[in-house]
Ligand binder design. Structure first.
Ligand SMILES: CC(C)(COP(=O)(O)OP(=O)(O)OC[C@H]1O[C@@H](n2cnc3c(N)ncnc32)[C@H](O)[C@@H]1OP(=O)(O)O)[C@@H](O)C(=O)NCCC(=O)NCCS
Length: 176
């Protein structure tokens, strides 16, 4: 998988050695539920997530270049995997950042790099993302990266607490 660099970040493949750092971030109840998944309960669960959910060519660990600290996750879903009804030349982007690293512009930096990768390396035509309406910080990150509100609102009952919270669908088209 291609490693992606930004001024402060490296987006690289997940390894099982990340399990303890992943657990430290993903056990926080303020992280996973905002993205639709339950907090991790053990380091072993985090290791299993790395093995089963992150082991593909479109899910990256986000690390700080300066210290190699793990800070979050960035990736995309193909049209077969997406929550949204999207075309074959489209992808849905998803991400999270651990709470100690919030509000430093790090997710925006990582998402911009992923948008560039999806359009200019993979060749997708339209990118999508969605966020729970009670999680406006994520919508703000999407807006800063050029995504626009489609006006579409979904209910994703298969997500953690998805029955209680609508999600807003955002869209970004490739432009030369
Ligand atoms: C949402 C999340 C990814 C943002 O990461 P981050 O690295 O803090 O993002 P950035 O610093 O790049 O940008 C955050 C923006 O949201 C804004 N923001 C923060 N809290 C906010 C709130 N409660 N309401 C509205 N905007 C908010 C910040 O001010 C900033 O915007 P600005 O640059 O215009 O000031 C991170 O908080 C997170 O992972 N949360 C839990 C999981 C999650 O929500 N994943 C996304 C699922 S769709």
């Amino acid at each position: 998988m291609k490693t992606i660099e930004t001024p402060r970040l490296r987006l690289r493949q997940w390894t099982e050695q990340d399990a303890e750092e992943l657990f430290a971030l993903a056990s926080d109840p303020d992280v996973g539920p905002r993205a639709g998944w339950p907090p991790h309960q053990s380091v072993e669960e985090s290791r299993e997530v790395i093995r089963t959910v992150f082991a593909n060519d479109h899910t990256w660990a986000i690390v700080l270049k300066e210290t190699e600290e793990l800070i979050g996750c960035m990736g995309y879903y193909t049209h077969e995997e997406s929550n949204i009804s999207i075309g074959e030349m489209d992808a849905e982007l998803g991400y999270w950042i651990g709470k100690p690293y919030w509000n430093r512009g790090l997710c925006t930096e990582a998402l911009r790099a992923m948008v560039d990768h999806c359009f200019n390396t993979v060749g997708y035509e339209t990118l999508w993302s969605d966020y729970f309406v009670d999680n406006p910080a994520s919508g703000r990150v999407m807006e800063k990266c050029g995504f626009r509100d489609t006006g579409e609102v979904n209910w994703l009952s298969h997500l953690y607490h998805g029955d209680e919270r609508p999600v807003k669908v955002m869209r970004l088209d490739y432009a030369l």
